[in-house]
Design a protein. Structure first.
Length: 397
């Protein structure tokens, strides 16, 4: 079974998509070497409401540039491959003299496959929540940037709908088994590098992780005439403690589900997630208060989702719009009242609305125009709104 990278998964799933060519070389030992990728650049203008700051930047969008190198061969009846995915960005982090923009080594993995399925070992996009991002229209645009100058002039990629409808799955070290591809249904289960959890306010660190994190994903594809449907579900579980012995343990769990329906030129995506001890925006991070209560012993709950509708006007032009939100609540116990809001209070809610036009200029060149309105509220973040306007190019090869 061929393992699909983030770029090729996006090409297979998202509206509309530029076809991309590959340089493929066959070596004397029977192995083949291929090279593919993309480069993108966007102008982004942000204006915070209530006389807030306005900022312009020229930057990478949600999808970073990619340079993918892959070698494939077959030995003893096994399909073998190695993959390296370099993901640079073009923008400096708000400064003039930064000698070298951010370079992410996002993908480094090997695959071993056969009629029984495939094992992936290395660094690749995690399973929990990956379908949520791969079906997001803003993967080929900018989407949300993040409210405030620190985000508007930040380095790295934009947020898209990360934190505004799903938690970022990120690229993690893993051993993942997937059932044979090319079938309507597929199951993937992986053991992942566990993540430490920093508490906020600063307190204990949950850095004792005796077992790997477990993530799983189930997908099912169905065709009915010209109509296509994709249904998916995912799960995550991790245990971490703040001391080797006699410490406090936190069990982080999550579930996600979604459906995509392609009905002629109309495409509808509906997805949702829920979790406990995961946090929001970036998984296990301290953004907007973090995944653990102020008494450092109870996990906070989070939930979110998005609804997206796209329509292919013709072979070259698609319009799409979406709405999504992510919520993080105080734990049911262990949260003081007052400014913190008390047990069960809303710590943060991030909501955004995005509309976009996606034009396929050539087979490989895409032009994207988007407008996004983002809003935040809750006890952990001041209430604020921001308008994001963006336009740019993506060239796939």
């Amino acid at each position: 079974m061929k393992r699909l990278t983030l770029l090729s998964l996006a090409v297979a799933l998202t509206l509309p998509v530029a076809s991309h060519a590959q340089l493929i070389m066959t070596m004397s030992n029977g192995w083949s070497l291929s090279f593919s990728g993309n480069v993108n650049a966007f102008w982004v203008y942000t204006k915070q409401d209530n006389s807030g700051p306005a900022n312009s930047s020229v930057r990478t969008g949600l999808l970073p540039a990619f340079a993918n190198f892959e070698a494939r061969g077959k030995e003893a009846g096994l399909n073998l491959a190695v993959h390296f995915g370099f993901a640079p960005q073009i923008n400096n982090a708000g400064v003039h003299d930064q000698f070298g923009a951010q370079m992410d080594m996002r993908e480094v993995y090997m695959t071993v496959g056969g009629s029984w399925g495939q094992i992936l070992a290395g660094r690749e996009l995690a399973l929990f929540g990956r379908q949520n991002i791969l079906n997001d229209q803003t993967l080929f645009g900018v989407g949300s940037v993040g409210i405030g100058a620190a985000f508007a002039q930040g380095g790295g990629t934009t947020l898209g709908r990360i934190g505004y409808g799903y938690i970022y799955p990120n690229f993690n070290a893993q051993f993942t088994y997937s059932t044979k591809g090319g079938q309507p249904g597929q199951i993937s289960v992986g053991l992942f590098q566990p993540s430490t959890i920093q508490t906020t306010p600063a307190g204990n660190t949950y850095d004792v992780t005796a077992l790997p994190r477990v993530e799983a994903e189930v997908t099912y594809n169905l065709k009915s005439g010209k109509n296509k449907f994709l249904v998916w579900g995912g799960a995550l579980a991790q245990s971490s403690s703040n001391a080797p012995t006699n410490g406090t343990s936190i069990t982080s769990v999550g579930g996600t589900a979604g459906v995509r329906a392609d009905l002629g030129g109309l495409a509808v995506v509906l997805s949702a997630y829920t979790g406990k001890g995961l946090g929001t925006l970036l998984m296990f991070s301290n953004f907007a208060g973090g995944p653990i209560a102020t008494n450092d012993s109870v996990a906070r709950s989070s939930l979110g989702g998005y609804l997206q509708v796209g329509y292919a006007v013709n072979k070259k032009n698609t319009i799409a719009a979406s709405i999504g939100l992510s919520k993080l609540r105080n734990a049911s116990t262990g949260e003081a009242a007052g400014a913190n809001g008390g047990a069960g209070a809303l710590r943060t809610q991030m909501t955004s609305y995005t509309g976009g036009i996606y034009h396929q200029w050539t087979k490989s060149l895409k032009v994207t125009l988007e407008v996004t309105k983002e809003h935040q509220q809750g006890t952990a973040t001041p209430s604020a709104s921001q308008l994001d306007l963006s336009g740019g190019f993506l060239l796939f090869f």
